[in-house]
Write a protein of this length. Structure first.
Lengths: 332, 332
């Protein structure tokens, strides 16, 4: 493992996790399973399973013992993408058509539902690799609670679209729930594949939670200032959907009356033209919102990194550290 | 327990399970949790939790040890109703507006997703009542696999609507997956709350599976010949949605060319008039489809009852036997 870089580690985890997922997510009717693995096959960064595997390996576990948990979190992530795209009426994801655009909304809802259950079915397989049942039960508790939180965050996000007065505090809570909670669970599951030590699990939770928040803030930034081909979905879709991102919240607090009205007149208008969207984006950028959001993201990334001090000094701990830095630096 | 009848047993289980569900399914945002418990509060028969509790008690377990599993299956059932109503565009359920009619499709999808995860979160609480972790892991495996099957059945049902040539065999497979699998899991979970005995669990599975199939066939019958106020949803909605029920499959196989064309001209037409629907229903009834379907349902109910011979002769075993009879006799 000496000198392994983030990229090749990511590749090797993705290979193992994808193989496990594709082996376990298959069956009849074929359309259901095709819909379910559509986004898995389309790519993605596999950040969550990478956190599971790196945390487990950093604590001395064999990789194969961590793979069922790693696959479970990626399966959960995939299901939330399928349902999110229906909810947000997004048509493109990971550079391919959204699941509901190919198979229709009824089958897309059902494919997401199947995956949500499948995550627990595959978790239990950790038993075959020697993970004690006590820890599997804790893992089920951890994953299910995080999924409840993800739904709470999703609900907050849905309701924010009708509100003009979302605060930074509410935004951060929503982001923790919608994104941070599954990262938090991923890090905890990696720990549970390896150890009973509650102190270690708690620190891993803190790592995952802060990493997830940093990651989502950067996602908001890329949604406004990213390159379409790299992020795999249309830029400005957050504006079109009226999402209360950290950038929008900050800009609304800094703009004068005229600027605020201008921005609000575009926000959430699904028929806004490219020109109007670009103008709104410039308005947001003019307030220094991107620099502000970046500083908050860096703060969380640093907190994530600091939480790792409880882990033994291993190459996989360094992978987790690099991941924290990557969450803010990335352009994809 | 001497001489307890089905009705009062059902009432007592419903009271305990509902209290547990309402205590555990609560949080913020309020709208999400209101949407999630809307159908729980609207009534329902609580058949699945009753199976869990009766099986556990028949095997000598304390009721409180079975309540987390019983709540889990009812929570799963509730979530499938919420998503099914979106998929089928149904507007009324249990005599109240469907969840998506009150809170909109995005929040209804999310409420279902939350419940699906919540089921596993509450299952784990069986640990606090002395159920060994080995059996909780088996219960997680059992419930998650059944939920995967429910999704497979739902997908088959969705795809049947575009097909004219669904066979009785395909129908029975779909019904087993969509309805039977969760009944099967309910009976198995009741067993797992009480015992490690694989032979007992296997027989309980058989009981639940056959009961679920009988129950669904009767549901199809009530959907055509039931009383609207009793079943809590509009009669004929299956016809309007073009569902390939056992009645439709049988009728299509018995009608002459003219009758078949007449029936197909109404089936799946959402704008069909009440008169057209009534005519189609009469056409189906004229083939003897209801008598045929009833005989198949009775066959499954008898198989369910026979599978109970493995249980000790207790009042709760008699409850399970009565439930098998009720699944076919019921008018609600």
């Amino acid at each position: 493992m000496q000198g392994v870089d983030l990229k090749s580690y990511a590749r090797s985890v993705a290979r193992d996790v994808d193989a496990f997922i594709l082996r376990n997510v298959s069956g009849e009717p074929r359309e259901l399973y095709d819909a379910a693995v559509h986004l898995v096959k389309a790519g993605g960064k596999r950040l969550r399973p990478m956190i599971v595997v790196a945390a487990a390996e950093a604590l001395g576990a064999e990789r194969e013992a961590a793979i069922p948990f790693a696959a479970a979190v990626e399966i959960v992530h995939t299901y939330t993408l399928i349902h999110d795209d229906i909810i947000d009426e997004d048509e493109v994801r990971r550079g391919v058509p959204a699941v509901h655009k190919v198979w229709g909304i009824p089958l897309a809802i059902t494919a997401g539902d199947m995956l949500s259950a499948k995550a627990f079915e595959v978790m239990v397989k950790a038993r075959d690799y020697g993970v004690p049942v006590e820890r599997i039960v804790k893992a089920v508790e951890t994953l299910s609670s995080s999924m409840v939180r993800v739904a709470e965050g999703q609900a907050m996000d849905i309701m924010f679209e009708d509100r003009m007065d979302v605060t930074l505090e509410e935004y951060l809570k929503m982001v923790y729930l919608k994104t941070g909670a599954l990262f938090e669970a991923s890090a905890a599951l990696g720990g549970l594949a390896a150890t009973d030590d509650e102190r270690v699990i708690r620190s891993l939770r803190e790592y995952g939670k802060c990493l997830g928040i940093a990651f989502q803030i950067k996602d908001d930034i890329l949604g406004l200032a990213g390159v379409e081909e790299k992020i795999g979905k249309p830029v400005y879709s957050d504006l079109r959907e009226g999402k209360r991102t950290i950038l929008v919240i900050y800009a609304l607090s800094k703009l004068d009356q005229q600027g605020r009205e201008k921005l609000l007149s575009v926000l959430g208008r699904r028929d806004a033209t490219r020109e109007e969207l670009e103008e709104a984006a410039e308005l947001i950028k003019s307030t220094g919102a991107i620099e502000y959001a970046t500083s908050i993201a860096e703060e969380y990334a640093n907190r994530a990194k600091a939480a790792l001090s409880v882990l033994p000094d291993t190459p996989q701990r360094r992978i987790l550290e690099e991941l924290a830095a990557f969450s803010v630096k990335r352009q994809v």
